[in-house]
Design a protein. Sequence first.
Length: 400
Amino acid sequence: MRRKRKTGCAVFVILFLTLIAILLLSVLFLVKDKNARVRIKGIVSGEGIPYQRTEFDNQAFSEKYYYEKLPEEERQAYQEILQGIRENQAEIYVHAEKAERTNQIFQYVIKDSPEIFWCEGTTTATSYGGMEPYTVLKPVYQYDSQVREQMQKEIDAAAEEWLSGISPDASDYEKILYVYEHIVNSVQYDTKAEDNQNIYSVLVGKRSVCAGYSRTMQYLLEKLGVFCTYVTGTVEDGQSHAWNIVYCDGDYYHVDATWGDPVFQTQEGEESDFKYIGYDYMCCSDEEIYTTHTPDHDIELPACTKMDKNYYVVNGMYYASYDGDMALGAMKDVIDSKENPAVFKYPDEETYKEAREGIFQDVVHQAAQYLADSYGLVQVKYSYIDDEKLHKIVVYWDYS
């Protein structure tokens, strides 16, 4: 009888321990998302959590778009993440309950901070529950503090040189155009460029991709006191892309310096005898850019409703309707000044098709004869871009 009681007690103890083990295991599980590794761990004590200390005043985020879109209760987490990245902290303890949301705030910090070239947006987020939930981020850094310091000196020197050509008294539009053209004229689009997700690749390496172009646009315009934020999304082929939104004379506009690069002004496989900067997305509206670009929907973007500051509008190259005599006059003006190119931008497909027919069947031939007569040429050569997607015709004259 005693042996039976002893055995029963042992079984009870084993069952009790097994139940405890199951309960403990049930609080540990793993969640992943497309942006980063995200872990959620079990209950821990809230005492002694080494939260990241911050050192910011109230004005530090006045022009940071993603920060300002956050609810008040998430701004502390944003500041902790930013401070931790600036200090190259291996682990950043954040006042945030959910790992996935903390990773999203981490991405907002990166979008708001073009100066952060040593961390391109990869992190692991682990959340802990309990009386005081929190999350620990482990960012991936490309460079340590010593290398950062040297690279920062190179960036500072390059930025100072680049901005030396624009007056502090210039208008916001002039500043935006200056930075846009300087990037396009100075940088070669190169998908294999080192550091091509940050400003170092543009300012120092002068070879980059859309992320580098857009972060540098943001970085330099912020230095010039012009609002500029970083936008991510996709383009018509489904490829990931980045561009900017700026604030100019009371309105928001899209700016895409990458697509201004001459490499994007011809169809794939085509060759061109001239290098032409595109200005379709140098200050344009939602309606204009959304024919080819689709923004991510992670946060509401400012509405860009006007074309008033678009380069073609400002420079008289945007035509609300087609007029053959006006088109011929514009070509003659370009020929008289011996410049290039003649550009005709139209608001919609119907107007563009009407203009296309008139220009290529009649106007361009009259202009070619005018060129021959004006410069005594026996043979006239010209090149053109016929862009149906952007409703644009560009004619480039050969004066030789």
